[in-house]
Design a binder for this molecule. Structure first.
Ligand SMILES: Cc1cc2nc3c(=O)[nH]c(=O)nc-3n(C[C@H](O)[C@H](O)[C@H](O)COP(=O)(O)OP(=O)(O)OC[C@H]3O[C@@H](n4cnc5c(N)ncnc54)[C@H](O)[C@@H]3O)c2cc1C
Length: 470
């Protein structure tokens, strides 16, 4: 019998297997597909590659502003997909985790078929593999949620981007969370006529209100039709050139048509077929595996990590989860997740990113000051002709602690990493303002926002003048 079996080789499963083996446990890692999971083959890696292509098109269109004459960029989508496949393969081949896993003696079963519990301690796969272990860690991630309305089979998900042969002439994207907005932004840059449908009153509902509004305005300016509060979907039907969505609002029916309809309405746990009732693993009302602070499930010998637990669905979170779950599986329940500082961002046009609390959340428990630095007042963004956006910093009026940072605009994701470091280090807003950041940089805008917040708090900032020119 093994000590630990990990099911699923995405970031959570890979790190769980690595950690368990590092702690001396005899470990096996079983996965249906390839090492790396959805993150490597269907999530951030390929999507970011498409987003990079969209950025290159933007950059090419800007060349004239700098006196460089080229023709209008033309996208060859099938060549772009070849590049995506090459990137995915390079990332997998250069994974730092694979050699470590191998050197620690983890038995890796790739493309093993779907795994399931045969009994509380035995895992069997479709391809006939059967292993037993004292502890089992479930890291099977999730899949796009599908709609359950007539004609839903006519819709696509972000994963269908990999099998398109060309850029669709028009696209409706249903769901304006991180994935939907990213798909809309990227395919708009590729030349599709895009409409973005959001059931709620604003897009990007988990972002700060100012960020939602600024991104919605920028998407509209770039030609995307953004429709908030659009109503309830009744059905989809085929048309000669694509698909029609029929929806109703306040009793009145309406419809929209496009060559392709992409649904991005959330994520469901990959629990189907795992036979979770055999070990007694419970799921919550959304279908995700229920875990305690140690990532232990309702069966005391089974742990779960990553997207399958339905919390923040991000690669860094999955990695931390895998580490914690494996530590507890091998050593006993000794480690909890603690307070995680988790920056979140998306590679849209314009980019947006956040770390910490939104202003609305911060105001629930704190007396706050906010400082907003518009991109059109910073030297570097003016140099680069990237003047759309802002950096918003939220600080506690009593303790001067940084509570949140929200950025819209070019390099928003990178700027937010510096704020995440400041928040992790427990820096006060004047501490951050005192860091002598390089000039002229994007991250300098964060220093300037910190100096502005510190001034509002009557804190002395000796770098104020420097940041004034960032
Ligand atoms: C379009 C998109 C863009 C994203 N962009 C970002 C981003 O920019 N940054 C970021 O941090 N996160 C991003 N994410 C989220 C990120 O990809 C996930 O949070 C992360 O992959 C979760 O890791 P995981 O290990 O929990 O699961 P996964 O990566 O989903 O891995 C699960 C593994 O389990 C296997 N599996 C499933 N069921 C079984 C079974 N029954 N038996 C055996 N194996 C099974 C699967 O084959 C897979 O290998 C994005 C996601 C999407 C969809």
């Amino acid at each position: 019998m093994l000590d630990v079996i990990v099911i699923g080789a995405g970031p959570a499963g890979v790190v769980a297997a690595l950690r368990a083996a590092d702690l001396g446990a005899k470990t096996a890692l079983i996965t249906r597909d390839e090492f790396g999971g959805m993150a490597a083959s269907d999530g951030p890696v390929p999507v970011r590659t498409l987003a990079h292509a969209a950025r290159l098109i933007r950059d090419a269109r800007q060349l004239g502003q700098y006196g460089i004459t080229v023709n209008e960029p033309i996208l060859d989508y099938s060549r772009l997909l070849s590049r995506v496949r090459q990137v995915v393969s390079d990332v997998q081949a250069r994974s730092v985790f694979r050699p470590q896993i191998d050197s620690l003696g983890v038995a890796v079963y790739e493309k093993a078929g779907s795994a399931r519990f045969a009994d509380p301690h035995s895992i069997e796969t479709e391809k006939g593999l059967r292993l037993q272990a004292e502890k089992i860690i479930i890291c099977t991630g999730g899949v796009s949620r599908r709609l359950s309305v007539p004609g839903a089979e006519l819709t696509a998900t972000h994963s269908d981007a990999w099998s398109l042969t060309s850029v669709p002439s028009s696209m409706m994207v249903i769901g304006a969370g991180a994935t939907g907005v990213q798909v809309a932004s990227v395919f708009n840059a590729f030349g599709s006529k895009v409409s973005l449908f959001q059931a709620g009153p604003r897009i990007l509902t988990t972002e700060d209100q100012d960020v939602s509004e600024a991104v919605a305005a920028a998407l509209r300016k770039s030609g995307i039709a953004v429709r908030e509060n659009f109503g309830d979907i009744a059905s989809f039907e085929r048309t000669p050139s694509g698909v029609r969505m029929i929806f109703s609002k306040d009793g009145a029916f309406d419809s929209a048509e496009a060559a392709l309809a992409v649904v991005a309405v959330g994520w469901v746990a990959n629990t189907a077929g795992l036979n979770l009732s055999r070990p007694g693993v419970e799921t919550d009302h959304r279908g995700f595996v229920r875990v305690d602070a140690y990532l232990r499930t309702s069966a005391s010998h089974v742990f779960a990590a990553g997207d399958i637990t339905g919390r923040l669905m991000l690669v860094p979170t999955a990695i931390q989860d895998g580490f914690v779950a494996a530590t507890n599986a091998v050593r006993g329940t000794t480690m909890t997740l603690g307070n995680q500082v988790t920056p979140v961002g998306s590679f849209t046009d314009p980019e947006y990113a956040q770390v910490g609390m939104t202003e609305e959340k911060a105001r629930e428990a704190h007396d706050v000051v906010t400082a907003i630095m518009p991109f059109d007042s910073a030297t570097r963004t003016i140099i680069d002709g990237r003047t759309t956006g802002f950096c918003k910093l939220i600080a506690d009026r009593a303790t001067y602690q940084i509570l949140g940072c929200h950025v819209v605009g070019d390099r928003a994701v990178e700027i937010t990493q510096a704020a995440a470091i400041a928040i992790s280090a427990g820096m006060r807003v004047d501490d951050l303002a005192h860091v002598p950041l390089s000039f002229p940089t994007y991250v300098g805008i964060l220093g300037r926002a910190a100096a502005s917040a510190a001034r509002q708090l009557n804190l002395k900032v000796k770098w104020q003048e420097v940041h004034a020119g960032a």
